[in-house]
Design a protein around this ligand. Sequence first.
Ligand code: AHR
Length: 308
Amino acid sequence: ENAEQSESETTGEAGEKLVIGFSQVGAESEWRTANTKSIQNAIKDAGHELKFSDAQQKQENQIKAIRSFITQKVDAIVFSPVVETGFETVLQEAKDAGIPVFLADRAVDVEDDSLWVTFLGSDFVEEGRKAGRWLVEEMSDQEGPVNIVELQGTVGSAPAIDRKEGFEEIISGKDKFEIIKSQTGDFTRAKGKEVMEAFLKSEGENIDVLYSHNDDMAIGAIQAIEEYGLKPGEDIKIIGVDAVKGAFEAMAAGKMNVTIECNPLFGPQLVDLIERHFEGEELDKRIAVEESMYTMDQAEELLPTREY
Ligand code: AHR
């Protein structure tokens, strides 16, 4: 009986209180803070115990956090990987310890997909495609060249890799579109502003469009554009991703043209998946979060209803 008791303590059972370790990327964006709250609240509201670790966008901090969760014998690990590669060893350690890992928001690039239970997150490639399709449509009457500058997310992260890929897939073969500059702004406002300043310095009024892998960098870039003396949203069309409140405010003010939604509020869905796993259910390897896209003309009406 004792053996059974200790078994259930380490593996968890239906309806049981679980100890869940959550290794989050950081607090780099409005999106991220909304995501952190959603997951923290959902874990607590369901009566489980949360051990939280903020990696401050550093992979080594995430590896340490996961090792510490393993040492503490948590029942489950929720993990949003800052970058895609380099997590094989630590995920194998979790597997060897019998602790299931749930990928939240971002994917990992490992060969053995038994190293995690399921991946719940957005389709970042499709978000990039949506951004590209909006631009192609918006510029349909415009003669080329359409000069695009791109603010990439964190180097090596799933959303940066995939949003670039999806966008390029749509504009490739359409000769009038050209990405004239592309650099990382690490998903933060401060770096978005800094890199946009450098783009303006070298390209100035040549720039027709900014494609930013998230809204925070776009908001930083808007400041840089205004300080340079151009009108964001008019002189330079601005495309963001996330659909955070700050983007709706910028769109309502006519300074940003479109934002592709990436929904961070999947905490309850994630906890439901964890509980179903402990009830013995076989989960799909990939579960997508549903999302949409919003333009400038919808901003004022929708702003009061935005939850993040
Ligand atoms: O992984 C999701 C991305 O990470 C969000 O789009 C971005 O804002 C965040 O930092």
